[in-house]
Design a protein around this ligand. Structure first.
Ligand SMILES: Nc1ncnc2c1ncn2[C@@H]1O[C@H](COP(=O)(O)OP(=O)(O)OP(=O)(O)O)[C@@H](O)[C@H]1O
Length: 310
């Protein structure tokens, strides 16, 4: 339903988006991952026809949105990173206001607003002013606004940043419901790998304006299939322990997510003995070890040299 072809956007001398290609089939939930500044928001703004690309094209149902931006505007709901709501109005009044902007007929508006309030779980608070809402509730309402005109495609730009776990779960479940019950196509960007793993069938990883990996979760993980990831927990993290691990032959990478340490080595290599020896030499108590195949987070780190949440 959506195809992005060789899309490039240059701001002065900076290429924010550098020749990306991607597609979305109807009914798919696709993740777009990338560290800060990777170019995700710029790509989304072009796809939504908010800004024009320097070159390349975005096609919806085989029509270029550069020539006919209304093609995407009619079918798209966009959930921006920033909250775009009227704080002095109630939740219901906000939805009614945006519904009128979307030219929803007066006779349909009440039913539509009721439906959206149910979907985002804000029926009980519909008569309260938005200024009294938590960050998570505002984000849910922001999503509700994007759903009013029943879009076929919804683009969510980091919809769960900085909100409470309950609202976050609610948003994730809402996205799942939209996809399974309404067959909505979703493009989802996030800094949280576990959200993308939970929601998305396919993933694109962006860095420095380019798509550096794409595929199903298994395909992405298979980028590192010749490797294994050894997770170690220690009582106290010591620099000399990490340095000694990095110096072991065959160790490809060591990363620290306090209190755990992840060591990536080729699959056939056995280094547990070395790890315990280093622990003894550096007076480090190992409390747990675990050998796993690499996660998408490991692949991301491998490709970009950075963790997703930096
Ligand atoms: N209007 C602009 N003018 C100049 N440079 C810009 C503009 N918008 C974005 N950039 C630059 O383009 C690059 C990509 O930015 P973009 O916001 O698309 O990244 P992102 O992946 O969405 O990051 P984040 O996760 O922080 O939102 C950055 O280096 C940014 O500084």
């Amino acid at each position: 339903m959506l195809e992005v072809v060789e899309l490039t956007k240059t701001f002065k001398n900076k290429k924010a988006v550098d020749g990306i290609n991607l597609y979305l089939e109807r009914g798919e939930t696709v993740g777009l991952l990338g560290p800060n500044g990777a170019g995700k928001s710029t790509a989304i703004s072009i796809i939504s026809s908010l800004i024009k690309p320097t070159s390349g094209d975005v096609r919806v149902q085989n029509k270029s949105i550069l020539k006919s931006p209304e093609t995407i505007r009619n079918i798209l709901g966009i959930v921006p990173q920033e909250i775009a709501l009227y704080l002095e109005l109630t939740a219901r009044e906000n939805l009614e206001f945006f519904g009128r902007i979307h030219r929803i007929q007066k006779k349909d508006l009440k039913k539509k607003v009721d439906e959206v309030l149910e979907l985002i779980g804000l029926e009980d608070r519909q008569k309260d002013l938005v200024k009294t809402f938590s960050g998570g509730m505002k984000r849910r309402l922001n999503i509700g606004v994007a759903l009013l005109h029943e879009p076929e495609l919804i683009i969510m730009d980091e919809p769960t940043v900085g909100i409470d776990p309950q609202s976050r779960n609610y948003i994730l479940e809402t996205v799942k419901r939209l996809n399974t019950e309404k067959n909505m196509t979703v493009l989802y960007t996030s800094h949280y790998m576990e959200e993308v793993e939970y929601l998305c069938n396919r993933i694109y990883i962006m860095d420095h304006g380019e798509i550096i990996a794409s595929g199903t979760k298994d395909e992405i993980k298979s980028i590192l299939s010749s490797e294994q990831s050894i997770s170690i927990k220690v009582d106290m993290l010591k620099g000399e322990f990490i340095e000694a691990l990095e110096a072991v032959p065959n160790v490809k990478r060591v990363s620290v997510h306090d209190p755990a340490i992840t060591v990536i080595v080729p699959k056939q290599v056995y280094i547990l003995k070395d790890i315990f020896k280093i622990a003894e030499d550096t007076n480090t108590q190992i409390t747990a070890t675990n050998i796993e195949t690499p996660s998408i987070e490991d692949v991301f780190l491998h490709l970009t040299g950075r963790q997703l949440r930096n």
